[in-house]
Design a protein around this ligand. Sequence first.
Ligand code: ATP
Length: 291
Amino acid sequence: MTDVRLMVKAPAKINLTLDVLYKRPDGYHEIEMVMTTIDLADRLTIEPRRENKITLDCSACYLPLDERNHVYQAAKLVKERFHVDEGVHIYIDKQIPIAAGLAGGSSDAAAAIRGLNKLWDLNMSVEEMAELGSHIGSDVSFCVYGGTAVARGRGERIERLPSPPSCWVILAKPPIGVSTAEVYGALRMDRLTERGKSQQMIEAIWHRDFPGICRSLGNHLESVTLVKYPDVCVIKDRMSRFGADGVLMSGSGPTVFALTDKESRVNRIYNGLRGFCKEVYVVRLAGENQW
Ligand code: ATP
């Protein structure tokens, strides 16, 4: 048994786009979405243990520490796939809000796969790790790569993109947890009025066109979450009023983010939200390689 302790970063992501293309015969939705990682991250500490068991501990006491945790599922999958007869203990220092549309659980699972690949000398390629991760959740493949990418299918087919120009990201999470499955379940494809924005977004990113990126923000799931939770709409309006260059809900919500490349506007937007929403974060896009 190796006597090492690995620290692995698990960054959150935001959706710059989320287009729902159609409902597939298998019941899932075919999606196309552009995602990018931000510098808000959980931290995993991974240590070998003598007993052949997977154990977890976490700074957020309300998260399950058993098979329901995505990190446990990731460790079990890696162990089984490679017939590893060693145990592991993983501590999750949780910084990413939970059930927020920021892929916290998926990113933890991806970080566990990357960490165990090192700890157990498994030599998996990034593609192999992403494939393995897709069995846990559709955002895990993206989180294995990190950076900026377009995800297709259920989210498991990844095409990497260059980093968008750096900017500030002001995140606001209203005090509600949103279930991704419920949002997709309530989605009415016949009521979608906006065309998908992903192609336009990909072009803006390749051209490093920040105003173009802000114009290309779009998320079809807003049609469900904004109606069910009007506070999310109010936050979006406030962000725009206080000077955001672009505003969007991430994933299935309820977190909303504002983008701006002007430092002078960051405080205005932040202060404009403080009285209204308790959980507000100022971060930056993470850029190329953050783990
Ligand atoms: P995604 O975009 O991946 O769906 P999300 O931000 O909408 O992410 P998560 O924070 O990943 O949502 O949480 C979704 C559910 O997953 C929660 O109900 C939570 O109990 C469960 N979960 C399991 N493991 C974890 C983990 N390590 N961190 C956060 N949530 C977890």
